[in-house]
Design a protein around this ligand. Structure first.
Ligand SMILES: Nc1nc2c(ncn2[C@@H]2O[C@H](COP(=O)(O)OP(=O)(O)OP(=O)(O)O)[C@@H](O)[C@H]2O)c(=O)[nH]1
Ligand SMILES: [Mg+2]
Length: 466
């Protein structure tokens, strides 16, 4: 555990801008500042909380000091923020003076860790702070802000309340077990159990969407060599990211890049064209294509219209692509590319295609005519992607954190054990054990139950100054 009594400081702003802020926190930090900052009037340690004072760090810079008093500060401790001119030299010198006066540089996330330890926020909210800072799309920002405001924590508290009621009902039954009565209302017990299991499962399932929001919706671009996959990637990114050439087999390794469309982060994956490769490197690349296609949420299957001579050929190409996709779990869109090359295949396909698969899971799949080269149909493709992501319409609380999703799954499975135990007449005292373990798993999310190890891991991913 970090030394919780130390006075810590860190730059709170990045490089650049006109002003830099150094923050300092911990009991005694205001008194410490008396020796570093000379105020125009009075001294820092006598200034009230939520006040702003003008002064100087002698020989270094003019500064403004914002004063916060415990418990009304971010960390819940006495705190101050010193605004100085944005010069790396000034910031470094100022921190040197703070250090000489007895404070130390904060560890990554230590300010937020203190806020958590002082009960200013729970662990899920503290993690949301990190997400909020690193959010790069409006969907990420929306989710992080909701978590920070406690929407998610409130939902977890509800589950916890249900579990506590369950525990109380069971204990009641234990108390009276001598008298051989089923004291607890079984109907109420199973209603509570079902509700808690459903809530946990819904939350852990939401991780699929939550994870896509955080790391980008994975979209794999697959198809035969030369179908225009790399051209499409570049067009979507508006950047010359991947090499394009008319030599089949140009892309050998996967190329990944993110971009934001309508506030949603997508992770596009350009892949090696699929064919019976003769050389080893290409073969390895194609293996990778298969893996990436299996992991993607959305698969874009490209078919070169100018190469697919007949409707049958097109059908076959679409069928081959569909074989690589789990249509129950993933979204597939067939893109008839090079539509700019004229009406050669105009009547080959309309807007849907029926593909038959070896496993008899036949499906109707939507087709979009595009030209990766001229940009034809790309706007339509973008709006298809946004709706295929399921994120624009996702509402309610989303889990974006793998640790949380895991804890929720563990809670649900402990509760499922209680439920089946109840059904099969397992003695209540044994069920109480599973119930305690469910509460334990749930508690790790908000930090009601946690270890220093877990805490250290979470906060070390923060930047210094947060
Ligand atoms: N006319 C036309 N040509 C295109 C279109 N898209 C791609 N091309 C051309 O098709 C050729 C192959 O394009 P790439 O993007 O390299 O194809 P790929 O699918 O990445 O190919 P591999 O990496 O070899 O699998 C290039 O000469 C592109 O300029 C299009 O929409 N219309
Ligand atoms: Mg390519």
């Amino acid at each position: 555990m970090l030394h919780a009594d130390d006075i810590i400081f860190a730059p709170a702003t990045g490089n650049g801008g006109a002003i830099s802020i150094v923050r300092i926190s911990g009991a005694g930090c205001l008194e410490l500042l008396d020796g570093v900052v000379e105020l125009r009037r009075g001294i820092v340690s006598e200034a009230p909380g939520f006040s702003l004072r003008y002064g100087s760090v002698p020989g270094l810079d003019e500064v403004l000091v914002s004063i916060f008093r415990a418990p009304h500060s971010y960390t819940g401790e006495d705190m101050a923020e010193i605004s100085c001119h944005a010069s790396q030299y000034i910031v470094t010198e100022l921190m040197g003076k703070l250090s000489a006066a007895g404070a130390r540089l904060a560890e990554p996330g230590e300010f937020t860790q203190r806020a958590f330890l002082k009960g200013k926020m729970d662990l899920a909210q503290a993690e949301a702070v990190a997400d909020l800072i690193s959010s790069t799309s409006s969907a990420q920002h929306r989710v992080a802000l909701n978590q920070l405001k406690g929407g998610y924590s409130a939902e977890l508290q509800q589950i916890r309340a249900e579990l506590l009621e369950l525990t109380a009902l069971m204990e009641l039954e234990l108390d009276f077990s001598e008298e051989d009565v089923e004291f607890a209302d079984r109907g109420r017990l199973s209603a509570l159990l079902n509700s808690a299991i459903a809530r946990c499962t819904a939350l852990s399932d939401s991780f699929r969407v939550g994870n896509a929001i955080r790391n980008g919706v994975p979209v794999a671009i697959i198809g035969a060599p030369n179908s225009g996959k790399s051209t499409l990637l570049n067009a979507l990114l508006n950047d010359d990211r991947a090499i394009v050439s008319d030599i089949p087999g140009t892309t050998r390794d996967t190329v990944e890049e993110t971009c934001v469309i309508d506030g949603i982060l997508f992770r596009f994956i350009d892949t090696a064209g699929i064919r019976n490769a003769t050389d080893e490197i290409e073969r390895l690349g194609i293996e990778r294509t298969h893996r990436k296609a299996a992991e993607a949420e959305v698969v874009l299957g490209l078919i070169d219209l100018s190469a697919a001579g007949s409707e049958e050929q097109f059908q076959e190409a679409a069928g081959n692509i569909a074989e690589m996709v789990d249509l129950e779990r993933q979204k597939l869109l067939i893109l008839a590319n090079k539509a700019d090359l004229g009406p050669c295949n105009k009547n080959v396909i309309d807007s849907n295609i029926f593909v038959s698969r070896a496993d008899n899971k036949h499906n109707t799949i939507e087709i979009l005519h595009i030209s990766a080269k001229t940009g034809l149909g790309l706007e339509e493709l973008r709006s298809h992607l946004v709706s295929a992501s399921g994120i624009a319409s996702a509402n309610g609380t989303l889990v974006t954190n793998a640790r949380h999703a895991e804890a929720l799954r563990a809670t649900a499975s402990a509760l499922a054990a209680v439920r089946s135990g109840l059904a099969s007449g397992t003695p209540t005292d044994l069920l109480a054990e599973d119930l305690r373990s469910a509460l334990g798993h749930l508690g790790t999310i908000t930090g009601q139950i946690t270890t220093n190890e877990v805490l250290g891991e979470i906060f070390s991913t923060f930047c210094i100054g947060k």
